[in-house]
Design a protein around this ligand. Structure first.
Ligand code: SF4
Length: 409
């Protein structure tokens, strides 16, 4: 029998497995049957690609799988040997290492590997790395690489930015139609945007259940539950899954069921997950009766601006308003709102060595927010995928000390 507190399973876990299994089965089928395949960045124009009939594959999802299965550290050196620095995005280096070595967790799902792309489509709203990453594969497979260049550090989302990004998305249509071998059907695009919006609203409602005290879910749960919102947005399957999960969470709230038994403290997670250590960290938090109730990361797949009545502009607005491409002022405002909404006692910042884009502890933000909110913070040094940059011992000790500090405040 397992010792110590254990994570509470969701009864809808099989529906989650079915939804994610369905996604990979569809990609395998597409590869076998010659359906056109587009690779897309996580906050790229997936709706447009689906409306053009592409099967959509997300390399960042594969990157996260390489992290979660702890395969990344063995694969990264192969990418380094081909000229990709150990200091750049470890999703990129582990994914390219996986390609070079032919080793992937997709083999366990019955796929030989990622399906070959007919086109790659990026959006630099998150970082430049995604463009370099996709251009590598465009050269390898000799296929087009198209993209949207979104400004970074956006304060107010001004009309001129929305106009620019709208034009850039519209300019993708013609070259994508050529690859797809069909014309874009405006009604189909509106339908897919509508499905994506429904998924977004459900996912938001799922995350918001964690505002209840005690919280019915943790950040560690959410990193898995978010799968359909990431890879199946614009598809009915994601909506169907969240329509099952949401009532389960609401039932937990109604019954006072806590994800962390005896919840004493509530923490906000800012930054990337540490994929290879989710289990250890969640168990430590259970022992400490501390619930990581919310995160910027899981909230990044909420795109409320999507509007089927105005597909292109609403995609531009939705994809340019995400946290990662905003100014520090906007980010602080956002975290302060989240801290209040989720009633957090403290904030944990993950400083991911290979992702400066999603690490917000390097320019004094924790200190400024502490002064403003009166809540303590902890900075954990680590990485999303490269566990050679992470110390189990140091992190464990620092988290223990942080929770002691919360107990004393
Ligand atoms: S945001 Fe960070 S983790 Fe994501 S692709 Fe860019 S560098 Fe990699």
């Amino acid at each position: 029998m397992a010792e110590g507190p254990q994570r509470k399973e969701f009864t809808s876990v099989n529906q989650l497995k079915e939804a994610m299994g369905g996604h990979f089965a569809e990609l395998a089928r597409a590869a076998a049957e010659g359906t056109k395949i587009a690779w897309c960045t996580s906050v790229g124009p997936a709706e447009l690609l689906r409306a053009l009939g592409f099967s959509v594959y997300f390399p960042e999802n594969h990157g996260a799988m390489l992290g979660a299965t702890r395969m990344a550290a063995d694969l990264i050196p192969s990418a380094n040997a081909r000229g990709f620095s150990p200091d750049i995005c470890s999703y990129l280096t582990s994914d390219i290492g996986s390609y070079l070595k032919g080793a992937t967790p997709l083999q366990k799902l019955g796929m030989a590997g990622p399906p070959k792309p007919d086109v790659l489509v990026f959006n630099t709203n998150q970082c430049r790395d995604v463009k370099d990453w996709f251009q590598f594969y465009a050269r390898e497979f000799n296929v087009p690489c198209l993209g949207i260049h979104t400004p970074r550090a956006i304060g107010e989302l001004e009309q001129s930015i929305i106009d620019d990004v709208t034009c850039q998305i519209q300019a993708l249509v013609e070259p994508l139609e050529k690859v797809a071998g069909r014309k874009l059907d405006a009604d189909r695009l509106a339908e897919i945007i509508d499905l994506s919006r429904q998924c977004t609203l459900l996912w938001k409602a799922v995350l918001e259940t964690a505002a209840s005290v005690p919280s019915p879910l943790t950040f560690f749960d959410a990193t898995t539950l978010m799968g359909p919102a990431v890879v199946l947005r614009g598809c009915q399957a994601a909506i169907d899954y969240y329509r099952v999960l949401l009532p389960e969470l609401r039932e937990r709230v109604a019954d006072g069921v806590a994800a962390v038994e005896g919840e004493r403290f509530r923490i906000y997670w800012e930054g990337m997950p540490i994929w290879g250590r989710l289990k250890n960290l969640s168990l430590q938090m259970l022992e400490l009766k501390t619930c990581v109730v919310a995160s910027t990361y899981c909230n990044s797949w909420i795109f409320e601006d999507l509007d089927p009545r105005d597909p292109f502009r609403s995609m531009a607005r939705a994809y340019s308003s995400i946290f990662i491409c905003r100014s520090d002022d906007r980010k602080e405002q956002y975290i302060a709102e989240m801290a209040a909404k989720f009633k957090v006692d403290g904030i944990l910042y993950h400083d991911a060595k290979t992702c400066p884009n999603n690490s917000n502890s390097r320019y004094q933000m924790p200190q400024r927010l502490q002064a403003k909110l009166g809540r303590p913070f902890l900075i954990v040094n680590g990485d999303l995928n490269d566990l050679r940059l992470y110390s189990d011992e140091q992190t464990r000790t620092n988290i223990e000390a942080f929770v002691e500090q919360l107990a004393g405040t």
